[in-house]
Design a protein around this ligand. Structure first.
Ligand SMILES: [Zn+2]
Ligand SMILES: [Zn+2]
Length: 96
């Protein structure tokens, strides 16, 4: 069980809903990654426990190219020096 939170940039309008850190969903462990095409952060399954072929891709643009998002630095992928913060008031969705 993972809890997805709204994350907002403190400098621009960017926000995403996701775990924002390495986590585990029912389908396998995930890490937060940044899409190289549209700079969207999303949780990507990195390993399937049942050996399923992974077809992770960006939900925004469908690109399979990504880079790991540094969840400790929390830099915004969409502006110069924004920092991504977990929203206090945002949606919290329980996902499995
Ligand atoms: Zn930003
Ligand atoms: Zn994308």
């Amino acid at each position: 069980m993972a809890s997805l939170k709204t994350h907002n940039c403190n400098k621009c309008d960017y926000s995403f809903v996701g775990s924002g850190k390495p986590d585990a969903l029912m389908r396998g462990p995930t890490i937060p990654v940044v899409c190289l095409k549209c700079s969207e952060i999303y949780d990507r399954i990195i390993h399937s426990p049942i050996g399923e072929k992974l077809k992770g891709k960006c939900e925004e643009c469908g690109s399979k190219k990504y880079t790991e998002w540094d969840y400790k630095l929390k830099k915004c992928p969409q502006c110069e020096d924004g920092i991504i913060v977990e929203s206090d008031w945002g949606v919290s969705i329980m996902a499995d």
